[in-house]
Design a protein. Structure first.
Length: 78
């Protein structure tokens, strides 16, 4: 009878350990999902900034070209 009781106690302990492991797994999964969401937000921000940077580079190139044309016009007036 005590063997049966020991076995039941062992099963109860294993069930408790399994429940704790499942809670820990759920917590880790939740943390991972939050980090994945933050990573996606960061990627979107990076892509937005890259696009804005490309647009600004185009505007700078256009302005440099206009400045060069203006300088040439000034030189030709002299």
């Amino acid at each position: 009878m005590s063997e049966n009781t020991n076995f039941k106690n062992e099963i109860s302990q294993l069930k408790e350990e399994l429940a704790q492991a499942n809670e820990k797994l759920a917590s880790i999964t939740n943390d991972l999902e939050q980090k994945e969401h933050l990573l996606k937000e960061a990627e979107n921000t990076i892509n937005t900034l890259k696009t804005k940077n490309e647009d600004l580079n185009i505007k700078v190139d256009e302005q440099v070209s206009k400045n060069a044309e203006f300088e040439n016009q000034l030189k030709n007036k002299d």
